[in-house]
Design a protein around this ligand. Structure first.
Ligand SMILES: C[S@@+](CC[C@H](N)C(=O)[O-])C[C@H]1O[C@@H](n2cnc3c(N)ncnc32)[C@H](O)[C@@H]1O
Length: 429
């Protein structure tokens, strides 16, 4: 399976535009013969934009596909003179990111997610005695819910509630409204830039994104840990796991792909390559997998220790899987979700878990589905092994690409039969 499905079937005239000049934002090494290799600063001529992710381009008289997110439109000569590098102005897209957290929509979604919010409440409640007189930092406090739980359910000496978005103004009001202003200090700042008068005993944050890492808020948490957590202090969450399972996704496949087989008695199959490009090249967020659609026992493929994880580790995180199929069916893809654990402040105390998988109460993250280009029939006893890699985008720091490589060994066919596949899914770029 190619990394960019069906690229081979695309021609130069699909999505034609008159050639435009672009500049490479970063080095890129093509993975196959149809992909270009170029260096940061190279000028590329883009001939066609057949998809939003991959463009048909030319560099040094070589033609091939280039990832759109590595390119930026070339400025005029005058504009270019004033530029000292090719990097975008805001690789973290902070304006857009913190802008969205300055409105209520996301906070309503998060606070309405009872499993998520109650898990944090439970962490505070079950550690209330040990939190007495402790100093807490709530990184990315949003409306201040976790800080308010701390102030109401325990007796910390101080909670620094750090929030970069304009929501912080309202958070201050909420803290006052609930009589917690003696304990909770709201600081409107990016956590990376905040100055605290002291180190903290506990660093709590709700930083998890789709597929655990998307948005990479975790980097801010790791930087704050290194700056502000006292030696021996506690991280909440303390660890995180990404879980994967091979699965069926009949209704999604029917809805997006099989639909084109015979709508109204007509053969629309020439649209299937387009359907694959449009619906299956990116993961499906907000997927709710039925436990019955799991073809094997789910397995943790990536484990993160929040005490030892380093910012540089985030560039590429790899895991392996080996599934034994325990249900016959159509292997349509992989579904991923995450679980985080909160260690107790007391030695031997109970750990609290927030599990976003199909066997737990649904959360607003739901699960993430990665569709194969074509389903593969599998039988009980077959094995599906391979690797997963989360590659952080070198330019757009909140984005990543999830690459999956797998091989399927059949247990039933007399001759050794192994089907292999590989596919990369940009989230978002
Ligand atoms: C996922 S929300 C969680 C909000 C709140 N803690 C809750 O549980 O409802 C993450 C929040 O962190 C803020 N945030 C993200 N990165 C930050 C940073 N580096 N510094 C300060 N705030 C940040 C966002 O603006 C957003 O309000």
């Amino acid at each position: 399976m190619s990394k960019q499905p069906d690229m081979q079937t695309e021609t130069e005239d699909e999505g034609d535009v008159s050639p435009e000049e672009y500049v490479a934002l970063s080095d890129f090494t093509g993975a196959g013969s149809d992909q270009l290799t170029f260096s940061c600063g190279d000028r590329l001529l883009v001939h066609a934009k057949p998809s939003s992710e991959w463009w048909w381009a030319e560099v040094r008289e070589v033609i091939g596909y280039a990832p759109a997110s590595y390119l930026r439109e070339r400025a005029t000569d005058e504009e270019e003179e004033g530029e000292d590098d090719a990097c975008p102005d805001d690789p973290w897209q902070d304006e857009e990111y913190f802008g969205s957290y300055g409105t209520l929509r996301l906070h309503l979604e998060m606070l309405s997610d009872k499993s998520r919010t109650e898990a944090y409440r439970q962490v505070i409640l079950s550690n209330s005695a040990s939190l007495r007189n402790k100093v807490v930092m709530d990184l990315g406090c949003g409306t201040g819910i976790i800080s308010l739980f701390c102030a109401q359910l325990a007796e910390p000496s101080l909670v620094y509630a750090v929030e970069a978005s304009s929501m912080a103004d309202y958070t201050r009001q909420l803290v006052k409204q609930n009589g917690c202003e003696e304990v909770v200090t709201v600081l409107q700042a990016r956590a990376e830039e905040v100055e605290l008068p002291e180190q903290v005993d506990v660093l709590v944050s709700e930083w998890m994104g789709n597929c655990l890492l998307f948005e990479f808020m975790v980097e801010s948490v790791l930087q704050a840990r290194d700056c502000w957590l006292r030696e021996g202090g506690v991280m909440w969450p303390s660890s995180a796991a990404l879980t994967l399972v091979p699965c069926q996704a009949h209704s999604y496949y029917e809805e997006k792909m099989a639909f084109w087989e015979r709508p109204y008695g007509l053969d629309f199959t020439p649209l299937q390559p387009l359907a694959q490009q449009e619906f299956f090249t990116k993961p499906k967020f907000s997927h709710l997998i039925e436990p019955a659609d799991c073809l094997a026992t789910p397995s943790d493929v990536i484990l993160l220790d929040m005490y030892t994880l380093q910012v540089k580790d985030l560039e590429e995180i790899k895991g392996q899987f080996h599934f034994c199929v325990d249900k016959p069916g159509s292997f349509h893809g992989f579904t991923a979700w995450f679980t985080v654990h909160f260690d107790s402040l007391e030695t031997g105390g109970a750990t609290v878990e927030l599990n976003t998988g199909p066997h737990a109460e649904p959360t607003h993250w739901k699960q993430t589905l990665f569709m194969l280009d074509k389903p593969v029939s599998v039988c009980v006893g077959d094995s599906i092994s391979g690797t997963i890699a989360l590659h952080r985008n070198p330019i757009w720091r909140r984005h990543m690409t999830v690459s999956l490589d797998w091989n399927i060994h059949s247990s039933t066919e007399a001759t050794e039969n192994c089907k292999i596949g590989t596919k990369s899914f940009p989230m978002w770029r």
